[in-house]
Design a protein around this ligand. Sequence first.
Ligand code: FEO
Length: 401
Amino acid sequence: MNHTSQAIAISEHVHWVGAIDWDLRDFHGYATTRGTSYNAYLITAGEVTLVDTVKAPFRDELLARIASVTEPGKIRTIISNHAEMDHSGSLPALIDALKPQRVFASALGVQALRDHFGLKNITPVKDGQAIDIGGGELTFYETRMLHWPDSMFTWYAGDGVLFSNDAFGMHLASVERFTDELPWPLIAEETARYYANILMPLSKLVGRLMERMQALALPIKLVATDHGPIWRQDIAKVFELYARWAAQFKTRKAVVVYDTMWGSTARMARAIADGLREAGVSARLMSMSGSHRSEVATELLEAGALLVGSPTLNRNIFPSLADVMTYLKGLAPRNLIGAAFGSYGWSSQAVGQLTDLLRQMDVEVIDEGVAAVYVPDVEALERCRTLGRRVADRLTERIKR
Ligand code: FEO
């Protein structure tokens, strides 16, 4: 058994037995620049229980880690908190090979596992239901639509471990297994990226979940997520961050997203940023030739304004703007104000099209936008600065309210 196949004890009766995917760079269109992990956990109190599995290509890594603790055939119970294949991909093979006595999932998980793999003998558990695992109990809490209909948490009161599946996770490959073993700025950045790119559209449900967690007041010692390191020291901090993001709290920051053909729309973007800064709002300029859509989403987690710019290309917006706007529309950031801008040659469509897209995203559009012919002159750049100032003033007014 080589070193990388060893399980890691995370509490008296729980081992991490997951897999590290150092090379993953894309997860549903979200740039996972630092890879990820698929976390699975083995509980050895009383009978042996496995919580979640790993993506199918990592099955041998999972089995090797389990074998470093106990004979895999001793697993009597498997819990599937979520049917998405990064957690269930190894489940059919494990059921075949290990023949556990029982496999549990939420009622919708039972259906999803049948739809994905044809699995039939999965036992449904209800919200709040507890099962005996010999040396203690596991209690299940449905977290419907966070982020699939079937998702649930498993609570192991014995060691105070909340197996939170996708929630509170991050796409971060590391040899460290606890968040407190890594620098906080890295943990905060990756937690924010994960929330923005996966959970932002479900913020209302996240808010309700955080209220429920508060009401349950579980004596949590570890939040064992299914992606990235485990929370041990900063549990209150990550819960506060989730509550803040769920409320779509906004700061005096604007994101200016654009692309450019010959530099004209870029000049307009810089003039808008000048106007924002003059009126006291921080601006983040993001050219889509140098930024990824998922970075824009992350910036919008707390930014209160979105300005989008595109030249008109063949009577349309640039493909890179279509990409990012489609992605953002799906993620549904709320409480935004904004406007569009862009240059054109002989036919001006992009600004109107971007303005329509902003409205479809429920952005408060404060201006019909600025269009400049060919290369923006002094007057056009002044209109951009004015637009920046107007957006900044409106954002400041909103935040004061
Ligand atoms: Fe990590 Fe929804 O799967």
